[in-house]
Design a protein around this ligand. Structure first.
Ligand code: TXA
Ligand code: MG
Length: 344
């Protein structure tokens, strides 16, 4: 018999139920300030295995472990190396927040969560519902974004239902995520700290706090290189909708002749563009009335998901300035468009 997830409000009764399910080894989806997570007990192999099965996620891709506060860190990570501890202490003030820190993993963490490796990514989320849930669980919770592997991350409870509604019993509805892009992922283990994924916490802020330069992990070009992937979220083709997506060039738009409505395209701009009105052959969406990039980030995945359901021939999206969260927006858009273009 197929199950269908229940979307529940984040009240005390439902959070107690959710915590009990998680402790018992079941999956529960919950809101964070970045995207919705698909949670499971991080110390329980069987529970972690359910995450990989539900998402169709390769077992080589490790999961982020979520804690209610940094005081529980030594249950899941080893901090005895003085250089690692020093870096950790400099970054800890960014928690709770959208930063995942890769550290040497403690024995208790399921080796499914670490994908068999010796390191683990840890995050203390800021969202009040996530924090209350984590406090109630009293066990670390592994949670990837609650989408099918490779697809766009969910920023509402309905997005989770659309992707995984038949694979879990409970989705906690905390409203739309305020940031809307996945956390920054940073390893502080090696000779140099290494940025694996861009997010709302930018490289410059991290460098200032650490007092040292960080290196940017190169964008991997996919499994075809035959080399092992240090962090699968680095794959060039990731976070992609089913509809081909590409950056638009204004010249290209001017040359776009009206076409058959069955060949419709989608256009996504950062701010409203009076020159790009809707026509039967195109659907136009903008992300922020004032062109604000934080707002654009918060709504981006919802708009991509919406347009992806319209059977469009292509989605064209405007580039944004790579400042602040604009770095992370452009990072995700390059990956989303890699399958169709391999350019830019
Ligand atoms: O904002 C977020 O981080 C959300 C919310 C739910 O917290 N979670 C999330 O998880 O985006 P996921 O699994 O979709 O992305 C985790 C990323 C992947 O790119 C993974 O490869 C990388 O973090 N990662 C996890 N553990 C790692 C590790 N030990 N070393 C390097 N990269 C790691
Ligand atoms: Mg993900």
């Amino acid at each position: 018999m197929k199950i269908s997830a229940e979307i529940v409000p984040p009240n005390a009764e439902q959070l107690a139920r959710a915590a009990a399910l998680l402790v018992a080894g079941e999956l529960v989806a919950f809101p964070t300030e970045t995207v919705y997570g698909l949670g499971a007990n991080a110390l329980d192999d069987a529970a972690a295995a359910k995450i990989f099965a539900a998402k169709g996620r390769p077992s080589s891709n490790p999961l982020i472990v979520h804690l209610p506060s940094s005081s529980a860190i030594e249950r899941v990570a080893l901090l005895h190396d003085p250089r690692i501890r020093n870096r950790f202490e400099r970054l800890a003030p960014l928690w709770p927040g959208p930063l995942s820190i890769v550290l040497p993993a403690a024995k208790a963490v399921s080796r499914l969560v670490t994908a068999g490796g010796e390191t683990v990514a840890i995050r203390v989320p800021r969202h009040p519902v996530a924090r209350e849930l984590l406090e109630r669980c009293r066990t670390p919770i592994a949670a990837p974004s609650a989408n099918q592997s490779g697809y766009v991350s969910p920023t509402t409870a309905q997005h989770v239902f659309d992707s995984l509604g038949e694979s879990l019993t409970m989705i906690i509805d905390g409203g739309p995520c305020s940031i809307g892009l996945e956390s920054t992922v940073l390893s502080i283990i090696g000779a140099r700290p290494r940025l694996y994924r861009r997010g709302a916490i930018g490289a410059a802020d991290i460098e200032r706090r650490l007092g040292e330069e960080i290196e940017l992990a190169p964008i991997a070009t996919g499994a075809s290189t035959g080399r092992p992937q240090p962090s699968p979220g680095l794959l060039a083709e990731h976070y992609a909708p089913h509809t081909p997506i590409a950056f638009f060039k204004s010249e290209l738009l001017r040359s776009l002749e009206p076409c058959d409505a069955a060949e419709r395209i989608g256009l996504i701009t950062i701010a409203p563009r009076p020159d790009l009105s809707a026509r039967p052959d195109r659907v136009v969406r903008w992300l922020s009335a004032s062109g604000n990039l934080d707002q654009a980030a918060a709504g981006l995945f919802a708009v991509i998901r919406e347009l992806d359901q319209l059977g469009l021939k292509q989605i064209l999206i405007e580039r944004c300035e790579e400042i602040g969260i604009g770095e992370a927006i452009m990072d995700r858009l390059r990956r989303a468009s890699a399958r169709s273009s391999n350019k830019s």
